[in-house]
Design a protein around this ligand. Structure first.
Ligand code: AMP
Length: 441
């Protein structure tokens, strides 16, 4: 039996050279199966999460197909199209394709929402071989006749289930309807809800089906542990854990944007370099935070689920679920940020009394009981209790009593999120300083 290499899979020399420079020596399972099928021209359904090497699985055959007998694209024309649900993922895909295709002379561009369209129109004006796009902005530009999809010969939808979650599936369908029927298509999704099965039926022709991680199974190489900890002590526990220097590149997940800001501020205040990414930050700020994290200039990135989708950063040592997600699939997705491409990784989850139901859902989906670790944190000091009470969300469902989520799981009793009445009687959301701080976050 001979070992599979990129050479035996039929990958062409200029791409082999680029892969060698990236130290990709052994193809991952999805690459082993997908590359020959795609090189033979078949459609593909890939059931796989990020972290499995799926970008190279579709990217390598795409680059190879476009480079053979390369005919330059015509004005405003895209010869191939990759749709991604988030801006971060789109940027990453393009970066990866530039890396694998660096010895080929192919033109690539990214189209995304949230930034000025001017430079994107310029980048595609003379046509591109590969266009990576988020659906909304792409449709805008097609409708403005700035981009022509009439000659797309290869079409790829990445993270289709995320497209669905984020409400983009109709845009995807509209785009599919604009493409030539004679094309090669691929769709990747970590899960296969009914709407995606339907899209697959409409979009792919007798596809090769490749499943690398069965639905709902968590990445096998991630060590998962759980701390039962009251909300009030979560920050303290996080700081305590971060004394471990092995936690050198950490993503901390929160459920809300506000929570992400608060945790990042707390880390900074306590000497841990960190930044937050979430949907309220500009695209530039998000990219800057990602770049700093990727290059190791900050140790912790605090993120909400939406902002973290598709983050592909190697060597993330730990994922901390500061708050458990209310959708169990997000847990699988979150912990998949670590242990990428054969590396090991750890996921540490904090669970307070109000999150037990989320934990049950997660364990049901993953069919795995997460190991519980006891902590022996000292009690909070009165100052810590006060400080924590002053950092409640500025808006939302917290007026009156009982409306909000009883963060320590105990009905009644002391409410750590009760309005802090510093300066006599004004609640903090009425104070100017707080407003300014929140607006700047
Ligand atoms: P993806 O699933 O495409 O997001 O890829 C996950 C990570 O694996 C990325 O950081 C890639 O750079 C890396 N990777 C992909 N294929 C290989 C390979 N054959 N050998 C080593 N690393 C790889």
């Amino acid at each position: 039996m001979t070992d599979t290499t990129f050479t035996t899979l039929g990958v062409a020399e200029p791409i082999l050279r680029a892969l060698a420079a990236e130290n990709y020596t052994i193809p991952t399972p999805i690459q082993t199966k997908a590359i020959p099928a795609l090189l033979s021209g078949r459609d593909l359904l890939g059931i796989a999460q990020t972290g499995t090497g799926k970008t190279a699985a579709f990217g390598i055959p795409l680059l190879q197909k476009l480079s053979i007998g390369h005919v330059p694209p015509r004005q405003r024309e895209a010869k191939s199209l990759i749709l991604a649900p988030t801006r971060e993922l789109a940027v990453q895909i393009e970066q990866s394709l530039r890396t694998y295709g660096r010895f080929l002379n192919l033109k690539m561009a990214v189209i995304l929402g949230g930034v000025s369209q001017h430079s994107q129109i310029n980048a595609t004006k003379n046509g591109v071989d590969i266009l990576v796009a988020t659906p909304g902005r792409l449709l805008d530009l097609v409708n403005q006749r700035q981009i022509n999809l009439g000659n797309v010969s290869t079409f790829i939808v990445d993270e289709a289930d995320r497209m669905l979650d984020m409400g983009f599936i109709r845009d995807v369908r509209k785009i599919v309807a604009m493409l030539p029927r004679d094309r090669q298509s691929m769709l990747f999704s970590a899960t296969m809800p009914d709407d995606i099965v339907k899209l697959v039926g409409d979009m792919l022709k007798t596809p090769e089906r490749i499943e690398v991680a069965p639905q709902g199974r968590t990445a096998d190489r991630v060590t998962q542990t759980l701390y039962y900890v009251p909300t009030m002590q979560k920050r303290q526990l996080l700081m305590h854990l971060l004394k471990n220097e092995a936690m050198n590149r950490v993503i901390v997940f929160t459920r809300t944007k506000h929570g992400a800001n608060k945790v990042a501020e707390h880390l900074l205040k306590n000497g841990v370099s960190s930044d937050a990414i979430h949907g309220n930050k500009s695209q530039n700020a998000r990219q800057r935070a990602l770049d700093m994290f990727r290059s190791g200039k900050i140790r912790a990135l605090v993120a909400t689920d939406i902002a973290a989708r598709g983050i592909d950063i190697d060597d993330i040592s730990h994922v901390v679920n500061f708050e458990l997600p209310n959708e169990p699939e997000s847990y699988v997705h979150r912990i998949g940020r670590t242990a990428r491409a054969g590396a090991g990784g750890s996921a540490i989850s904090f669970c307070d009394g109000s999150e037990r139901a989320y934990l049950r859902d997660i364990e049901r989906l993953t069919r795995l009981k997460i190991d519980v670790v006891a902590h022996d944190l000292p009690d909070l000091t009165p100052d810590q209790i006060k400080a924590q009470a002053e950092t409640r969300p500025p808006h939302g469902h917290r007026h009156g009593n009982g409306g909000h989520g009883k963060p320590n799981g105990k009905p009644g009793g002391h409410n750590p999120h009760a309005p802090a009445k510093r300066n006599g009687s004004r609640p903090h959301w009425k104070r100017g300083g707080d407003k300014k701080r929140d607006a700047a976050a």
